[in-house]
Design a protein around this ligand. Structure first.
Ligand code: NAD
Ligand code: MG
Length: 493
């Protein structure tokens, strides 16, 4: 079917009238309860304090539901449910354990549309991303790890693989369902039980996942889901009954958790922030690289820990890159996350919007020049920001050093591969990097010298359950995904 086009007068290019898609809002509306309890021992239960908190849609500010706020007593209940379940779960035949993971994966596929809409409503990301990336990848993680459950002895030949026990998992708001799947699937495949804490602004798909776990008859206590904010996270992370803690979020909180667990035998993995370089050499296919830059920084409003937020362009092509980048940026559609043609949705929360705006003010004060999407007025309600890039950025500027976690790209230039490498590696982070060149030898040389957990070559922001993901330096340690990711959930004897 042809997309319906109409001429619009409030053109977002300066080329006169342009053609715009008609609104194409997603019709599915998931069922959302007025309130959700905590998921402990296979049941939704009231939080012991009776305290609830609201979750809103960042694109409309509408209250979508209320969820429980778990306190230390609830954490205690969940950890003891996970401990009791652990004794049975670790003894279930691995191929039976696998069947549960496959069932969860299939159920996610069956409910894919509903989950995608829910994700976009609660978190603000465009439906085309939640529909085509978040939800299918979440299912893939359960399929992939279901495949490993009865093959752990092959994953680590000559060793016996034993589950570590009870794992606490704390996740952020940028990929709520996908992060839950990244964390839960390997833990269960390896025979562990779990207490998951979703982020306070995006609890709904984790709770929808809890319903799926009930539907597939996962034994009670194998997965427990506690909603709440940082205080709930802190009380979960410091519970003495844990064997393992996996955290994804800010470097600041990650460092605190590492300090608290120092000297204990709780296994820790951290997936933290980033300030990833995307390096464009003169011989790269520039049109292809432009798409990579867009995917690197404006995908998910820049709410991506591995976002290619520092762009390094070789001097000879900088004018061409900036001209094409600007044109491409002007074509991005910002607005209703539930519209199938939307490229850029809402910023996840008012607090995050404020943080990003603070960085823009700081960048301009330091002398950078701001270029952003012009075009139609943004909605009055909700948390919105136009995608943008900054030129005139110096390596010492705050916008070149700190993680912004928003749709803001800092553009810098370089002359030689050595200079590109030196500047790209000059950061306390090391989560990801991109290299664009037509020359294989240059790509291999630069990629091998970049201090980053993932290096994408002539592409950016591609994920797969079978490839390990994780950081260097202050981006954290431990890997998630692939055979390497299983290691965090096993004791090898
Ligand atoms: P955050 O680190 O505060 O929150 C991440 C998760 O940790 C949430 O579930 C939160 O409730 C929980 N948490 C908060 N304080 C905690 C504590 N003391 N102990 C245990 N758990 C705790 O991140 P944020 O405030 O949501 O975002 C702040 C910044 O973090 C962002 O601007 C961005 O730079 C970064 N961030 C990184 C990622 C990533 O994927 N690496 C994701 C989200 C945010
Ligand atoms: Mg929300």
């Amino acid at each position: 079917m042809c997309p319906r086009l109409k001429a619009v007068s409030n053109s977002n290019t300066e080329l006169g009238d342009s053609w715009e898609y008609e609104p194409a809002p997603e019709g599915t509306r998931p069922e959302i309860s007025d309130s959700y309890g905590l998921f402990i021992d296979g049941e939704f239960v009231e939080p012991s304090s009776g305290k609830m908190m609201k979750t809103v849609s960042p694109s409309t500010e509408e209250v979508l539901s209320e969820v429980g706020v778990a306190d230390a007593e609830d954490v205690d209940r969940a950890v003891s449910a996970a401990r009791t379940a652990s004794a049975k779960w670790r003894r279930i035949a691995p191929r039976e354990r696998a069947k549960y993971l496959f069932r969860i994966a299939r159920r996610i596929q069956e409910k894919a549309r509903e989950l995608a809409v829910l994700e976009s409503m609660d978190g603000g990301k465009p439906i085309k991303e939640s529909r085509d990336i978040d939800v299918p990848e979440a299912a893939k993680h359960f399929f992939y790890h279901g495949g490993w459950a009865d093959k752990l002895d092959y994953a680590f030949p000559g060793r016996q693989a034993k589950p570590v026990g009870v794992a606490a998992q704390i996740i952020p708001w940028n990929f709520p369902l996908l992060m839950a799947a990244w964390k839960i699937a390997p833990a269960l495949a390896c025979g562990n039980t779990v207490i998951l804490k979703p982020a306070e602004t995006t609890p709904l798909t984790a709770l929808a996942l809890a319903e799926i776990l009930q539907e597939v008859d996962l034994p009670p206590g194998v997965v427990n889901i506690l909603t709440g904010a940082g205080k709930t996270g802190a009380s979960l992370a410091s519970h003495p009954g844990l064997n393992k803690l996996a955290f994804t979020g800010s470097t600041e909180v990650g460092k605190k958790l590492a300090e608290n667990l120092a000297g204990t035998d709780v296994r820790l993995t951290l997936e933290l922030g980033g300030k990833s370089p995307n390096i464009i050499f003169e011989d790269a296919s520039i049109d292809q690289a432009i798409e990579g830059i867009v995917a690197g920084i404006w995908f998910n409003q820049g709410h991506v820990c591995c976002a290619g937020s520092r762009l390094f362009v070789q001097e000879g092509v900088v004018d061409e890159v900036l001209e094409k980048l600007d044109l491409r940026m002007q074509s991005l559609r910002i607005g209703d996350p539930l519209d199938k043609n939307t490229d850029v949705g809402a910023i996840n929360s008012r607090a995050q919007l404020r943080r990003i705006r603070g960085y823009l003010t700081q960048g301009k004060k330091e002398g950078a020049e701001l270029h952003r999407v012009r075009g139609p007025k943004l909605p009055d309600k909700g948390f919105w920001m136009r995608p943008c890039y900054l030129t005139g950025v110096q390596p010492a500027h705050v916008v070149a050093r700190e993680e912004i976690f928003g749709p803001v790209l800092s553009v810098m230039t370089f002359r030689t591969p050595e200079e590109a490498l030196r500047r790209a590696n000059n950061t306390p982070y090391g989560l990801a990097a991109g290299v664009w060149s037509d020359k294989g030898s240059r790509i291999f040389d630069v990629a091998s010298k970049l201090k980053a957990g993932v290096v994408w070559c002539n592409t950016y922001n591609r994920f797969d359950a079978s490839s390990p993901f994780g950081g260097f330096k202050e981006s954290g340690f431990g890997r998630e995904g692939g055979r390497q990711g299983l290691r965090a959930y096993l004791n090898l004897v």
